[in-house]
Design a protein around this ligand. Sequence first.
Ligand SMILES: [Zn+2]
Length: 127
Amino acid sequence: MWSRNANLEAKKRSADRRQREAEAPRLLQETPGLQSLCIELTESGEGRFGPATSHIRRFEISTAPALFLVLCGDPHCDGGGHDITCEVMAGLRNHEARIEGQDSCGGGAGGVSCTRSIHYAAIATFE
Ligand SMILES: [Zn+2]
């Protein structure tokens, strides 16, 4: 029963996310002249996850929505994640080649606040 509910929750969450992405303005509309964009994400936290992990997310400029949501790395985290849309879009509008920042997860797992946080570095090129 529990796992069925969790499954439904996850489905609803990814549907919500898809809807937000569909409704968001397109990246190219918001930042004319943008040529390429990738974001390097480094995620860290206490406990069972060990050392920080990092990966690079690339964006297809012609189709990407102007929306930057990063899921929490803890699969048990409830209501967490990182919305870095405001920060990244503000930097892109100023034609900044590198936009860096940090964000802590606001969710929780099993009644305990989530300790995960991310460091991001967006690297953009413009025409
Ligand atoms: Zn979290």
